[in-house]
Design a protein around this ligand. Structure first.
Ligand code: GLA
Length: 391
């Protein structure tokens, strides 16, 4: 047990008293997406890695139908009845627990009363997917406590349904998938259409992954996100009519087909679709280049991805652009891009390990000088997916 797992057990006892019941302790990682911005809900490709910032859940059964949850980060304890799970007004963070429990029940799993304590160090609201880490850790903890027969595939799906159906963000599968399947020292080249992946090594002697939190979070991120999802659907409808082959998602639109019809599209739809179809190509190429150790090429693709997210998808903000351009001016930086949904949160930068310390110090200082905001610059070691710590 490490510090966080011991802490989760301690918080459980403090919040709910001692008990003879066996305790399961589970953790799941945040993730940083190296490339593939806003491609997952278009059934495209992404290249995320788990990070060594994890959400840890300690849990034990109760003999009734009540779920009680203590979150250290939110410094709040709340509870709900499994017979009537609905979104919480006073503790919205607990919707990740309610949502996962509700989806598991709906899928026929026999979830019973539970006490859970949640601790962890995945930065929240930073685009590093603290919510998926939370959902997956909760799902795996409920499975452990109630002996549910839940495989990895269903864990991903139930957590994704919790986010899309219960919490209400029309996100793709990437975050929940990465929180379950991530591997140490690797990224996942994930095909979001058939939900399969290949590991792509990310050896710590060759490359350091840095995530810089701009510490800016715009309002209405969820509505801007859902708006992008809807515009992509307009693109799907257009190409389904325009092409001979059926188009079920933008994954089915090649760069050539896009170019042949681009001038017929309204400007906003054209820009959004151009981002998605070119980004899918960049992800494929980045995965291949990473496998071959061509890190300069990977870096260039990250830079191009950032420009496309900024200019065509229009989900960047000045502070994200500032970090990306500061990083790109530094020696030993392969490339940089915004990661996550955008409108704030983090930039991911790939750096040569021997200069990682100098690069993080320089980003920290120059960003503060340029914006007056204190950033958080994290070196992220690619870490494994969900795991149990109590056995
Ligand atoms: C958020 C969503 C993901 C993905 C990214 C953008 O993190 O949760 O599913 O769409 O944005 O790439």
């Amino acid at each position: 047990m490490n510090d966080q797992t011991a802490r989760a057990r301690g918080v459980l006892d403090e919040a709910f008293g001692d008990s003879e019941e066996p305790v399961a302790v589970v953790s799941a990682p945040g993730r940083v997406n190296l490339i593939g911005g806003h491609t997952d809900y278009n059934e495209g490709f992404v290249l995320p890695a788990g990070i060594d910032r994890r959400t840890v859940v300690a849990a034990r059964p109760r003999d009734d139908r009540t779920v009680r949850v203590r979150s250290s980060n939110f410094d709040q304890t709340t509870s709900f009845d499994l017979a009537d799970v609905s979104p919480s007004e006073d503790a919205p963070w607990s919707d990740y627990v309610g949502g996962v429990a509700e989806r598991l029940l709906d899928r026929g799993h026999d979830v019973g009363g539970t006490e859970l304590a949640v601790v962890g160090d995945v930065p929240m609201g930073a685009g590093l997917s603290s919510s998926a880490a939370f959902e997956v850790a909760v799902g795996a903890a409920l499975a452990a406590v109630h002996d549910l027969s839940l495989d990895d595939e269903e864990l991903v799906t139930a957590c994704w349904e919790a986010e899309t159906e219960f919490v209400g963000l029309s996100c793709g599968i990437m975050d929940q998938y990465a929180a379950v399947h991530a591997e140490r020292e690797s990224a996942l080249f994930l095909d979001c259409r058939d939900e399969t992946h290949e590991d792509v090594p990310l050896p710590s002697e060759d490359v350091t992954v840095v995530a810089t939190n701009t510490n800016v979070q715009r309002e209405l991120v969820d509505s801007a996100y859902n708006d992008r999802v809807a515009t992509c659907q307009e693109g799907v409808d257009f190409f389904d009519d325009a092409l001979d082959e059926p188009v079920e998602s933008l994954r089915d639109v090649s760069v050539e087909a896009f170019e042949a019809h681009a001038s017929e599209l309204p400007e906003t739809v054209r820009k959004r679709v151009r981002h998605v179809v070119t980004e899918n190509e960049r992800v494929r190429e980045a995965a291949a280049a990473l496998r071959e150790g061509r890190l300069d090429r990977v870096g260039t693709l990250l830079d191009e991805s950032h420009a496309s997210l900024r200019d065509d998808y229009e989900v960047s903000i000045d502070e994200l652009d500032a970090v990306a351009s500061i990083a790109d001016d530094l020696d030993g930086v392969f490339g940089s891009r915004m990661t996550g949904a955008g409108f704030g949160g983090c930039v991911v930068t790939l750096v040569r390990p021997d200069v990682a310390e100098a690069v993080t110090a320089a980003i920290d200082e120059r960003y503060r000088d340029r914006t007056g905001i204190e950033p958080d610059v994290h070196v992220c070691n690619p870490d494994g997916g969900v795991r149990r710590h109590d056995r």
